[in-house]
Design a protein around this ligand. Structure first.
Ligand SMILES: [Ca+2]
Ligand SMILES: [Ca+2]
Ligand SMILES: [Ca+2]
Ligand SMILES: [Ca+2]
Length: 376
């Protein structure tokens, strides 16, 4: 099926046909489903006001605002960015070299079953995951790591994916930003964000603007790419709640020191194995976040053993490339994965991510692989 469009051969042909250009001629037909540009620049120049009651330090979230506008990508304006203003010299978009991933347009060379070239929703998982078949345990993770690394094309740090895909088509179905830190799955939301219009921006409290939450905090991978822009672990969220979460590990809160308007909580871990502040999202999104973590452990298997010393990463990482997580965190992630099974929202988002950056989250496609790799 379409998917074969991603084979190396096709890629080579494609690049050849396009004159080999990477740098983004802009011609690409690749992402025509994604609203381009607009995104972002509206909030350029907006400086971020340091939040008075912000939980100090490291705060991965505030970093987000710094890049607001735009597609700053690799240029990293980021160095000093913690809370101050910065504005950023963003500029250069790493042009979407789209030719690669995604695309549908040219799978005509596929076999018979490929009836419709414009339909890239069909993914032949048997083909995509072929090299993982028969693998078990950490060997399965290593096989998956190769599979999901191969097609991964870093699209840069911008708003496009979130503005196109993090929309409420599941709860109110009103197309507002689907914010995992403010959505109330069973009732009206405390507030809603309009795409682009409400991009951060300044925030002083909830309901001011949305930005991009790195579920796996940026400081844990030293803000390097492609982790920083990998949409499989990035989610549109309220800027202020994102700030409160800071770079605290996810966990089950005992008694909350702060609670967001949709019930996300900050406080001490309720278990005995980790002594520290954690952030607990609402039940609806616990599995989503756990599977994002399993993705990170797998996609970055070749380097994640070296991240334990970054920031407070030692709170959750154990310095290995196989188990990856400290036991308390692994236990928690498996629990969340089990109690909140894969939803349509995640499947849709996984497909969108595949079309956007060329790789998939295997644990959304095959939830049973979590226990196959990390045990029950
Ligand atoms: Ca909603
Ligand atoms: Ca709702
Ligand atoms: Ca869920
Ligand atoms: Ca550790």
């Amino acid at each position: 099926m379409n998917f074969k469009a991603l084979t190396l051969t096709t890629l080579v042909l494609l690049l050849t046909a396009c004159g080999g250009g990477s740098g983004g001629s802009g011609s690409s037909t690749a992402d025509n489903s994604i609203p381009t540009s607009t995104g972002g620049d509206s909030s350029d120049n907006v400086t971020t006001t340091p939040q008075p009651e912000e939980p100090s330090t490291g705060d991965d979230s505030s970093e987000d605002n710094n890049n607001t506008g735009g597609n700053s990508d690799n240029d990293s304006t980021d160095s000093g960015n913690t809370d101050s203003g910065n504005t950023g010299s963003d500029g250069t978009d790493q042009g979407d070299t789209d030719g690669d991933n995604t695309n549908n347009t040219d799978n005509s060379d596929d076999t018979a079953d490929n009836n419709d070239d414009s339909d890239n929703s069909a993914v032949n998982e048997a083909v995509y995951y072929a090299n993982a078949i028969g693998q078990t345990g950490y060997g399965l993770k290593t096989a998956l790591s190769a599979i999901i690394s191969q097609g991964h094309n870093d699209r840069g740090y911008n708003w496009d994916f979130f503005n196109a895909n993090d929309r409420d088509r599941y709860f109110e179905n009103d197309n507002s930003i689907l914010d995992i830190y403010s959505e109330n799955p069973s009732a009206a939301d405390p507030y809603n964000f309009t795409v682009v219009t409400n991009q951060c921006g300044n925030y002083r409290g909830e309901d001011d603007c949305y930005n991009r939450e790195h579920a796996f905090p940026q400081s844990w991978f030293d803000k390097d790419y492609p982790m920083r822009s990998d949409v499989h672990h990035l989610f549109a969220t309220d800027g202020y709640v994102n700030g409160r979460r800071s770079n605290h590990p996810y966990g089950n809160v005992g008694s909350a020191s702060w609670t967001s308007r949709n019930g996300s909580r900050l406080g001490n871990e309720s278990g005995s194995q980790f002594n520290g502040t954690v952030f607990e999202p609402i039940d609806e999104f616990k599995g989503d976040l756990a599977r994002a973590y399993f993705y990170m452990a797998t996609r970055y298997e070749s380097q994640i053993a070296n991240w334990q010393g970054n920031g407070n990463a030692d709170d959750v990482l154990n310095g290995t490339s196989n188990q990856v997580f400290d036991l308390w965190q692994l236990t928690l992630l498996k629990q969340w994965h089990k109690q909140d099974p894969v939803s349509k929202k995640e499947q849709d988002r996984n497909q969108a991510a595949f079309e956007y950056q060329g790789n998939r989250n295997p644990f959304v496609d095959n939830p049973q692989w979590v226990n196959e790799i990390w045990g029950n």
